[in-house]
Design a protein. Structure first.
Length: 285
């Protein structure tokens, strides 16, 4: 990606921050209550997408435009996190439709982290459309970019992680069905990059959760009946692996040089390497 594309991704991430903030506040509610469409302080209808002219001040202040009370996270936190994450993805991921799928999943992940950390729930209003959009974008990427093997890996990865988490949810009390659906989403995006990335992302998520529990035990704030939010650890582990694997794959792809390209002054070696050509700037075949 060029510098302009990375900067554009950051601008899109920052400009979409108010929509993420509104989705977070709208779902910070008990499970059976309807979604909020108004400010929780003054009931002004401010929790919806607005044009960019009014969205930028709301993003910078993080406050209701009517009563000036804070809406959700501190000012500009959601917007800057989303902008930075999308810029990193644009820097590391080069297929356009794959980048769009990961960007959508990352934006939804910010919403899910904030909601799960506060209410210990992962709403279907965020998870269901995200699963559909990411799946469609990956299918389009597999068809347009001729990545059938990566598409099969994504589909099987999503199914495998959903099945694995569902089995864990049946035998443990710490997992809910929302965690299983989030695992399916992360399995889709991790499986696109291979089974090694899938295993590393899932394992890192569990390790981060275990470190969090260990830290709470050390400081004496652990309770056996406590239910910890797993979504933050699952998402951080998955996207850490995604950024590393995507960047490494892109670097290797840039370093690959064909050995059989015609070049001036090249000649075949006569000791059994029939398909290898000697090139003046190389010291060995």
């Amino acid at each position: 990606m060029t510098d302009l594309a990375i900067a554009s991704a950051a601008v899109v991430g920052f400009a979409s921050g108010p929509a993420l903030r509104a989705a977070i506040v709208a779902n910070l509610r008990p499970r059976r209550d309807p979604a909020r469409g108004r400010c929780p302080c003054c009931s002004a209808p401010c929790l919806r997408w607005r044009p960019l002219v009014t969205a930028i001040p709301t993003a910078l202040w993080g406050r209701c435009p009517a009563c000036r009370r804070r809406i959700g996270a501190p000012p500009a936190v959601i917007e800057l996190v989303n902008a930075g994450l999308l810029a990193l993805l644009a820097l590391r991921v080069h297929p356009l439709f794959v980048l769009a799928a990961l960007g959508w999943a990352a934006a939804a992940g910010i919403i899910l982290v904030a909601i799960d950390a506060s209410t210990r729930r992962l709403p279907d209003a965020v998870l269901a459309p995200t699963l559909v959009v990411v799946l469609v974008l990956l299918v389009v990427a597999g068809i347009v970019d001729h990545r059938s093997s990566e598409l099969v890996g994504a589909l099987t990865g999503g199914a495998a992680t959903f099945a694995g988490y569902s089995l864990l949810a049946l035998v443990t009390a710490g997992l809910g069905f929302g965690d299983c659906k989030l695992a399916a989403l992360l399995g889709l995006v991790l499986g696109w990059f291979g089974w090694e990335a899938l295993a590393a992302g899932v394992t890192l998520g569990f390790l981060l959760a275990a470190c969090y529990l260990l830290a709470r035990m050390v400081i004496g704030r652990f309770s056996p009946s406590e239910q910890i939010p797993l979504a933050p650890f699952m998402l951080v582990g998955a996207f850490t692996v995604l950024l590393v694997v995507a960047g490494r794959r892109r670097l290797v792809g840039h370093r690959q040089l064909p050995l059989d390209l015609p070049s001036t002054g090249s000649r075949s070696l006569g000791f059994g390497c029939q398909n290898v050509r000697w090139m003046p700037w190389r010291s060995s075949c």
